[in-house]
Ligand binder design. Structure first.
Ligand code: PHE
Ligand code: ZN
Ligand code: ZN
Ligand code: ZN
Length: 285
């Protein structure tokens, strides 16, 4: 699988930060210029990487928004592996960890896959969802508007919502497909990073896919809950402190990131999606 440069992911995150400051009055929330700017940025980068990109507008409880989709066509069009995360922030701040981190990591993986020219055995489709924060609205809209045939083609959806929490845990979703879960865990085993299971419990976009009968998995570095002593012993960081002290706050900025976690998780995303897409036995980066 392609190795993902942490600097490439950080470059996208710096752009989200400046979009929030210059176009969004400090945030990237639904209905703001910061959200529109984020959509335009992801579209432009994915198009520059060679993707055909589509924007799917919708209107939900949080207001007018849009999803962004970019696809790498595979040799077998009846099999699709999807990866994504939500592109909106809360209105309190720029949302750099939540969820600039997942959005930027998925974008860097999409760029690396296109550059590697994998001509994958199956189609790889990347999604950036609108209006997660008001209730998983973009992902639900996407899933609800798939035909039965299209829905049946999606073999897996991998979700990345908060992958660089400053006091990071390494959590792998454990509430759905065990084969997907194992694929993600295999990567962390290779790099000797211990993981723990985490149930998403309807709190992120994977739930929209799961409810539609699509197999899901994902990675999470933790939000408002506190790291335990045992976790600090194995992962580093501070016991008794939230994984993300700036969760849903104005301080979720470029200084609210664990760059080690960001780099590891970006490579884990690349590896897991590549494996599930049948990309082969290449060594992890
Ligand atoms: N979806 C939550 C948010 O955006 C974060 C979260 C992700 C919580 C995954 C639990 C599991 O605020
Ligand atoms: Zn790497
Ligand atoms: Zn959030
Ligand atoms: Zn989130």
């Amino acid at each position: 699988a392609p190795d993902i440069s942490t600097d490439a992911v950080l470059g996208h995150l710096r752009q989200f930060q400046s979009i929030a400051e210059n176009q969004g009055g400090g945030n990237r929330c639904t209905g703001s210029g910061g959200y529109t700017g984020s959509v335009n940025y992801v579209k432009q980068k994915a198009e520059a990487a060679g993707y055909t990109v589509s924007e799917q507008p919708f209107s939900g409880r949080g207001g007018r928004s849009a999803n962004v989709l970019a696809e790498l066509p595979g040799r077998d069009p009846s099999k699709v592996i999807m990866a994504g995360g939500h592109l909106d922030s809360v209105c309190a701040g720029p949302g750099i960890n939540d969820n600039g981190s997942g959005s930027a990591a998925v974008l860097a993986v999409a760029e690396a896959f296109a550059a590697a020219n994998p001509n994958p055995p199956v189609t790889v489709r990347f999604g950036w969802w609108g209006d997660e924060e008001a209730g998983l609205n973009g992902s639900r809209y996407y899933v609800d508007n798939l035909s039965g045939t299209e829905r049946g083609h999606i073999q897996a959806y991998l979700n990345f919502d908060m992958v660089a929490s400053p006091n990071a845990g390494y959590f792998v979703y454990n509430d759905d497909d065990t084969a997907i879960e194992q694929t993600i865990k295999d990567y962390f085993a290779k790099i000797n990073v211990p993981t723990e299971g985490q149930s998403v419990g309807g709190r992120s976009d994977s739930a929209s896919f799961q409810r539609a009968g699509i197999k899901t998995g994902g990675i999470f570095t933790g939000a408002e809950q506190r790291k335990t002593q045992a976790q600090a012993d194995k992962w580093g960081g501070q016991a008794g402190v939230a994984y993300d002290r700036c969760y849903h706050q104005s301080c979720d900025t470029m200084s609210n990131l664990d760059e080690t976690a960001l780099g590891r998780n970006s490579d884990a995303i690349s590896w897991a999606v590549w494996e599930l897409a049948g990309g082969g036995s290449s060594e992890p980066g």
